[in-house]
Design a binder for this molecule. Structure first.
Ligand code: ADE
Ligand code: ZN
Length: 270
């Protein structure tokens, strides 16, 4: 009897740890792989060639979640990158106000990290392994950029502190957008990528237009909407998935196409 309750206790603790660690992650595994896969399919010849060299033949999707995985590195050597996945703002900013805030943001964040890793990947005098790490981060962070709650609000840690019911389990709003919505559809990452990456060059160019600041503002506006409408949902289930399928697909597709654009640009100077 005693043993059973100990086992139960361990299971509960384990389940709590899983929930807690999931909170810290970004788009779940599938989301990041979809972004990476769509990007890889939209690389030009030069970028494809250079990335093949850097990744020694492995796929971009294979590395897409590495910047989340290193949070578990017991040497703590990656701790300086933990802020790189997001940036938070107060609500109601104009694009100009957000731009000024971004330039003066007091700590490293997704904007400074994407700029830093772009500069490093462009710098051919850096070692192969240094540039490889920057590539891993760009694959991941340009994905995080389109998860709207990664451009969230400080007071609730991008929705991590907003408790919601997803079907019959308790979770938080951030986690719904990271993975619950995506996993609901049960596609593999290759299936999902093929379903999304179906548009003409012209449409793709349009979806990847603008620059990093504009992309951040794009997600920021979407986050505002996500925060706002959550008040109208008592629990999130079929209806929430139904009403957000289109925007979820669009965010993943934009992530992939924007990542391809950034990488095509970086390697054009190689
Ligand atoms: N931690 C604090 N703010 C966050 C955000 N917007 N996204 C993910 N993790 C966070
Ligand atoms: Zn992340």
């Amino acid at each position: 009897m005693r043993q059973i309750s100990n086992k139960r206790f361990c299971l509960v603790v384990f389940a709590m740890l899983l929930t807690f660690s999931a909170e810290l992650h970004a788009w779940g595994l599938t989301g990041h792989r979809v972004v990476a896969e769509i990007a890889e399919r939209n690389l030009n010849r030069k970028a494809k060639k250079e990335i093949k060299k850097l990744l020694e033949g492995s796929s971009m999707a294979y590395w897409a979640n590495w910047p989340d995985e290193i949070r578990s590195d017991s040497t703590h050597s990656w701790q300086h990158t933990f802020n790189w996945h997001y940036v938070n703002f107060q609500s109601g900013l104009t694009f100009e106000q957000l731009s000024v805030n971004l330039e003066n943001y007091p700590v490293e964040n997704i904007y400074s990290a994407i700029n830093l890793n772009t500069t490093k990947l462009k710098n051919k005098s850096l070692s192969l392994s240094e540039r490889r790490v920057s590539l891993y981060f760009l694959i991941h962070l340009i994905g995080d950029l389109e998860q709207p709650l990664h451009i969230g609000r400080e007071e609730d840690l991008g929705g991590n502190k907003i408790e919601v019911n997803w079907f019959s389990s308790k979770t938080n709003l951030h986690s719904v957008w990271d993975s619950k919505l995506i996993d609901y559809y049960k596609y593999s990452y290759t299936e999902y990528s093929s379903l999304l990456d179906i548009h003409s060059k012209k449409v793709n160019k349009n979806l990847a237009s603008g620059d990093l600041k504009y992309w951040i503002y794009d997600s920021y506006l979407l986050a505002d909407k996500v925060y706002d409408e959550i008040k109208t949902y008592e629990k999130l289930d079929y209806q929430y998935a139904y009403y957000h399928k289109e925007i979820l697909d669009l965010q993943l597709l934009k992530g992939g196409l924007r990542l391809a654009k950034v990488l095509n640009e970086i390697f054009s100077s190689y």
